[in-house]
Design a protein around this ligand. Structure first.
Ligand code: TRP
Length: 369
């Protein structure tokens, strides 16, 4: 895949009439060029809900991209969104273990705590306090219109909680507390970014500024991933709950067993043809991503080797690629003291940033006493 190719994105834009999506894709290409020119102009905020293990889809879909931007010199913050866990479920579950497991995944794949600030919602009070003035800037009907919230509410199949309804506002606080101007996201998060920009604008209009020359909050932009969308081993969305996901921390044997059960088709001649042979092509793509090779060349090499030949090659490619990451992850997971020190340092940095922003907010609102 060439660096400038937005193939996956083109598919996405063609399948929808949404002009804002098309605009975001074009803007993303421009932003990538601006990062090459001067990465120092960008502060990026991304995050994950700590609800389960990260898998190969997360790796190629977003984690690798974060590491690339971090290493290109973009000032990076990564949020372990622990308060978002309770938007659509009762209780926090094994949250403590999940937070540290997510942190170990991050560090194992190359998110570098010397360059990137990793922190949790619950440890940064000033971030959460921003939610209060922000809620005053949105209406009930704006909240209820958000298509991602609607979809999540339907999927959760339970009464809509106040926190699920308002979590895009909380997410605006995630982005704005650190004045991020760049948010790498999937297209499902675009409505949230739209709400974030609106909140930033309305804050300026309604509450004014801490200093006369510039608004308290910048306009944050989405950076849509140009990465291929990796599917699960059955051709459906890769997800732990579907049993079709290769976890980053899975061992080689379990990985081999899972891939053995992957869905293929009856044509023994392997080709790379995502439209007509989605399951086979997805496996070829996984091997291509893990080896850095061209998917068509991989399919040609397997030729008449059938599903068996394909699965053998994919297993080898995945296990070879993830071996050093898994080894590093095992070391990290065995050193709880180190993980705790990384999170503490990240939370300290996030708190310093959040306190400074909240002071500006209170100044703009005339609430500094
Ligand atoms: N909602 C995101 C997800 O489910 C996680 C997240 C929380 C996030 N806060 C964020 C993403 C701020 C980007 C910016 O994956």
């Amino acid at each position: 895949m060439s660096k400038d190719s937005y193939d996956a994105g083109d598919d996405l834009a063609n399948s929808t009439s949404d002009a804002s999506l098309r605009h975001s894709l074009a803007r993303s290409a421009e932003i990538e060029r601006a990062i090459e020119q001067d990465a120092g102009k960008f502060r990026m905020l991304t995050g994950d809900r700590p609800t389960g293990n990260l898998h190969l889809g997360h790796y190629f879909g977003s984690l690798a991209n974060r590491v690339r931007l971090q290493d290109a010199g973009v000032d990076t913050l990564v949020l372990i969104a622990d308060y978002q866990v309770i938007t659509d479920r009762d209780g926090t579950g094994p949250i403590h273990d999940r937070v540290f497991s997510l942190l170990a995944d991050y560090l194992a794949v190359g998110i570098d705590p010397a360059k990137t600030t990793i922190f949790t919602h619950s440890a940064v009070p000033a971030l959460n306090q921003l939610m209060l003035p922000f809620l005053s800037l949105v209406t009930d009907s704006e909240l209820r219109r958000n298509p991602t919230v609607k979809a999540e509410s339907e999927a959760a199949n339970r009464p809509l909680s106040g926190l699920l309804l308002t979590y895009p506002v909380h997410q605006a606080a995630d982005i704005l507390f650190c004045k991020a101007n760049l948010v790498p996201v999937g297209k499902d998060q675009l409505p949230h970014l739209e709400q974030t920009r609106m909140i930033a604008r309305r804050f300026d209009e309604r509450y004014g500024r801490a200093t006369p020359d510039r608004p308290v909050f910048p306009q944050a932009e989405a950076l849509l991933s140009k990465a291929a969308n990796v599917l699960g081993l059955d051709g459906q969305k890769m997800s732990k709950s579907h049993g079709n996901a290769i976890d980053i921390d899975m061992d080689a044997d379990t990985t081999a067993k899972l891939i053995k059960k992957a869905v293929t088709d009856s044509d023994r001649h392997i080709t790379y043809d995502p439209k007509n042979r989605p399951e086979v092509s997805n496996l070829v793509m996984i091997a291509a991503l893990c080896t850095g090779r061209d998917p068509v060349a991989i399919a040609d090499e397997i030729g008449d080797g059938g599903g068996g030949g394909l699965k053998k090659l994919v297993t080898q490619a995945v296990n070879d690629f993830f071996a050093p990451i898994r080894a590093r992850r095992a070391e990290l997971a065995a050193d709880q003291g180190y993980l705790e020190s990384v999170l503490r340092a990240g939370n300290d940095k996030a708190n310093a940033i959040a306190d400074a922003t909240l002071a500006e907010v209170r100044q703009a609102m005339g609430m500094l006493y």
